[in-house]
Write a protein that binds this ligand. Structure first.
Ligand SMILES: *Cc1c(COP(=O)(O)O)cnc(C)c1O
Length: 427
């Protein structure tokens, strides 16, 4: 890990060209790599030497960008994946198997909830969902002998709840299991979960990290803190020989710093092939270079928009963890003193029909399912993504019929506020 501050890491980490080498990260657009002897290649296959042989497992462009994200989070090893979904699947499946159990915050991204609650259950992995606001006793009661990990999101998409790292880390470590945190919304610019006890961090790089709606991608970073060998029986995948990989015991051979990512690459990337395209990694790197500058602006804009909404009597409620008086304001101040994210959610008086009119009236904010983009976008779930649900069913997912999710882009805040004001005038 370098000693640079986060804004410098965003620009400088991961790639340093040698004398006469390209200034920009080279896109290694090659599926395969050439070797002088079979022995040379054999060493790579045996994980005796590091290097590249096939882009389904690893590619140099991806690794340069992963190294940057690793440095930004303060980790020891990292990998890119084809999407945030793949990152969360790999991060959890890497410590679990048929018969395992994982505890997750109930306040998580809908795609992740479905991955856990439907698809991974089909693989024989059980989940218990706990409220992010649960008491330590409620959290304690969720653990079982076969629990392998605890999962949460720094700032949940779309509920905007803030994860109490210390509470969850304490419980996870008391039970000898890692805390895995999806840090997509905060980004390492605003929060570094490893400093608060998380062991593994995941990202949908599709959001702020890319920041321009150009490339779907994901990342996994290991803190290097978790001692897998402390309870070998709990993590057989890391602590006993992998017969599918020449009998290697990852935790023995690669230690705390490297075992998790090496296993996820050698085993899961080999078998599932969810590699990020090197072209996308290149685009992601361009996004990362300006991440610190952009996050400041996203947060400033969101705070201005949230403040305006709070003062307008056509708005029934506002949720933004950076707004004083918000339910999560104190937790946000503690874990994210420099800012949270650019997404604000709010309710419009008059419920579903008023919200529908409001959406039609917007001129700058585009209607999209996306968030965390340079351009402001907006979603009314009750009339779009969740339109098949009744109000009662919506309430069960924590979405009210009047809820609007507003992702503040990089435009001038005054124009965003003017746009919201004129759209409210049309109701
Ligand atoms: C979007 C998102 C994901 C899924 O990422 P994709 O890149 O769309 O696969 C996971 N977690 C969070 C918090 C997200 O916002």
């Amino acid at each position: 890990m370098s000693d640079f501050r986060i804004g410098t890491k965003c620009v400088q980490s991961g790639y340093r060209p040698g004398n006469g080498e390209p200034r920009e990260i080279p896109i290694i657009q090659s599926t395969t790599f050439r070797y002088e002897t079979s022995e040379d290649m054999g060493k790579l296959f045996d994980l005796e030497a590091s290097g590249y042989f096939y882009t389904r497992l690893q590619n140099p462009t991806n690794d340069m960008v992963a190294a940057k994200i690793c440095d930004m989070e303060g980790g020891t090893a990292a990998m890119l994946t084809s999407s945030g979904q793949a990152a969360n699947f790999f991060a959890t499946f890497n410590v679990a198997e048929n018969g395992s159990h994982i505890i997750s915050s109930s306040s998580i991204y809908g795609g992740t909830f479905n991955l856990f609650n439907v698809t991974m259950r089909k693989m024989g992995i059980d989940f218990t969902f706990v409220s992010p606001d649960c008491t330590p006793e409620e959290l304690e009661a969720a653990f079982r002998p076969n629990t392998k990990a605890v999962f949460g999101e720094t700032i949940a998409n779309p509920a905007l709840t803030v994860f109490d790292f210390e509470k969850f880390a304490k419980a996870a470590h008391a039970h000898g299991v890692p805390l895995i945190v999806d840090n997509t919304f905060a980004t390492p610019v605003n929060c570094r979960p490893f400093e608060w006890g998380a062991d593994i961090v995941t990202h949908s790089t599709t959001k702020y990290m890319d920041g321009h709606g150009s490339a779907v991608g994901g990342a996994i970073v290991d803190s290097g803190h978790f001692d897998w060998m402390a309870d070998r029986d709990k993590f057989p995948g890391l602590c006993t020989p992998d017969e599918s990989y020449h009998g290697i015991t990852y935790a023995e051979k690669f230690g705390k710093e490297g075992a998790f990512i090496t296993k996820a690459t050698a085993q899961l990337m080999r078998d599932f092939g969810s590699i990020q395209a090197p072209q996308n990694a290149f685009l992601l790197n361009i996004g990362l270079e300006s991440l610190e500058v952009r996050m400041k602006r996203h947060c400033e804009n969101a705070l201005a928009v949230a403040g305006f909404l709070e003062s307008d009597d056509r708005i029934s409620w506002v949720s933004y963890p950076g707004l004083e008086g918000d339910r999560y304001y104190d937790l946000a101040r503690k874990y994210m003193p420099n800012g949270t994210c650019g997404v604000v959610s709010f309710g419009i008086k008059g419920g579903r029909p008023a919200a529908e009119k409001f959406m039609k009236g917007l001129k700058i904010a585009a209607i999209e399912t996306h968030v965390a983009d340079a351009r402001t976008c907006c979603l009314h779930p009750a009339s779009s993504t969740h339109r098949q649900l009744t109000d009662a069913e919506l309430a069960a997912c924590g979405i009210s019929p009047d809820l609007v999710r507003f992702s503040c882009g990089l435009e001038d805040a005054a124009d965003l506020i003017d746009d919201i004001r004129q759209a409210l005038d049309t109701i």
